[in-house]
Ligand binder design. Structure first.
Ligand code: FAD
Length: 416
């Protein structure tokens, strides 16, 4: 592969890299995407949020996704013991999409990458970024190994790092910092859903809560397979012995609701595990580069915010890059970092309050407060920038204070 010069180099062809490169290409910029693997490839992150539909639509990727007939996700079900909390995206505080999909990412990401290539973007698969040098004026020289392991260099005016778990620039530029989210790990896999019940029950995405720190997901796909995953503290995950198949199957015995359905379901591959998955960085952008998606920050899977942040940050940064390369001045701190952080902060509160138990108190308290539920539902749909929603603007206090009120009420009724 020969050395080359482009306007923008995008690292990674996941949802973040695809949305960024589609937008930049449509603005007439010369974009190159490098992707370490060949597609289809497995990646976790299968439950989407309505908000990401806005992003796919804006860059012209929605129709191809619609044609794939993925399982439609209209809400989310949370269960604890006998109490069920059902969120319905059509009954939420904010305007916006009231449905999205639950998707096997290998297929989903392949469709995105194919579409982006069809638009005319150059994607090199099995090309891996191994080194980056950035000059004072922001121009970078990136060393890439092609499929045969031969190095070549790409000079770019701007780099979008959408490398997800690869965390290319955080590693190479030393930008990692510890996450403020309590440490958890996960084991997950796909099964052939041989006992899937007919009708809605068989297709519902569900979060089954075992205790404050431990829960698992059930994400049925339209291809007849279902994703199953456990999340818990490291001690919990480590307390199970054997290979990941045995561990996942043993964990599943803890689910009264789902055990029968999945006990004979064949695993489609050896389940995977990720330890301490939460990630954070010291900065989201720098001279000549920006971090998007998981390469920037990852909180927790409990509210399925990963892909939506990946596409939100991709589109936002692509717009700013395009302005900057046309000679306009861009305020990256305000218009990228602060904007993205304000959304991340809302979700971070919900994740933290999930594991303190406060949010679980709100979800499973009966009778439900329907207004509160509509406002929380808008957050869970990914509309975390809507300042008319008190569950966005007062996220720091509101979950905690409502949970406190409920706890006091419960104590009062227990003592009568
Ligand atoms: P990715 O989709 O990871 O894509 C990055 C790409 O970059 C990859 O294809 C990779 O091969 C490539 N790459 C890496 N290194 C290099 C390199 N050196 N050179 C070239 N290319 C490179 N999110 C959700 O939205 N919903 C969920 O239900 C959900 N569940 C999750 C469950 C768990 C247990 C975990 C840990 C995460 C979950 N996530 C979920 C988060 C989700 O996985 C990510 O947020 C999402 O995949 C991020 O997309 P991305 O485009 O940033 O990165």
């Amino acid at each position: 592969t020969r050395d080359m010069k482009v306007d923008v180099l995008v690292i990674g062809a996941g949802p973040s890299g695809c949305v960024a490169s589609a937008y930049l290409h449509q603005q007439g910029l010369n974009v190159k995407v490098v992707e370490k693997t060949t597609f289809p490839r497995f990646v976790i992150g299968e439950s989407l949020l309505p908000r990401c539909m806005d992003h796919f639509e804006e860059v012209g990727l929605l129709d191809a996704l619609k044609a794939a007939n993925f399982e439609i996700k209209r809400g989310a079900r949370f269960m604890k013991d006998d109490v069920v909390c059902n969120f319905d995206f059509s009954d939420k505080h904010s305007e916006g999409w009231d449905w999205t999909w639950q998707v096997p990412r290998a297929d989903f990401d392949t469709i995105l990458a194919n579409e982006v290539e069809k638009m005319g973007v150059d994607i090199s698969f099995e090309h891996e970024v191994v080194a980056v040098e950035i000059a004072d004026n922001g121009t970078s020289t990136t060393t890439i190994h092609d499929a045969d392991g031969n190095p070549y260099k790409v000079e770019a005016q701007f780099i979008v790092d959408s490398s997800g778990y690869g965390r290319v620039l955080p590693r190479l530029l030393n930008l990692d910092k510890p996450s403020s989210i309590p440490e958890h790990s996960s084991i997950f896999g796909h099964v052939k859903d041989v006992n899937r019940p007919k009708g809605e029950e068989g297709t519902l995405i569900t979060f089954d809560v075992l205790d404050k720190d431990t829960w698992f997901w059930v994400i049925p796909f339209s291809n007849g397979n279902t994703s199953l995953g456990f999340v818990g503290k490291n001690e919990f995950i480590d307390s199970f012995e054997g290979d990941t198949s045995t561990r996942l199957q043993t964990m599943f015995k803890q689910s009264d609701y789902y055990y029968e359905r999945f006990k004979d379901a064949p695993l489609l591959f050896e389940p995977k595990s990720i330890r301490n998955y939460s990630k954070a960085v010291t900065k989201f952008y720098g001279n000549g580069f920006v971090l998007t998606g998981n390469s920037a920050e990852f909180l927790d899977p409990v509210f399925s915010s990963g892909v939506t942040f990946a596409t939100e940050s991709a589109l936002r940064s692509a717009k700013l890059i395009s302005k900057q390369l046309q000679g306009e001045t861009v305020n990256w701190e305000e218009d990228y970092s602060n904007y993205i952080k304000s959304g991340v902060d809302v979700f971070a509160t919900y994740v933290k309050e999930w594991y303190t138990g406060n949010l679980q108190t709100l979800f499973f308290h009966r009778p439900e407060n329907l207004e509160v539920k509509r406002q929380i539902c808008a957050v869970l749909a990914g509309y975390v920038w809507d300042e008319t929603n008190p569950f966005v603007t007062k996220h720091n206090r509101i979950v905690k204070s409502l949970a406190h009120l409920i706890n006091m009420e419960n104590e009062k009724s227990a003592s009568v």
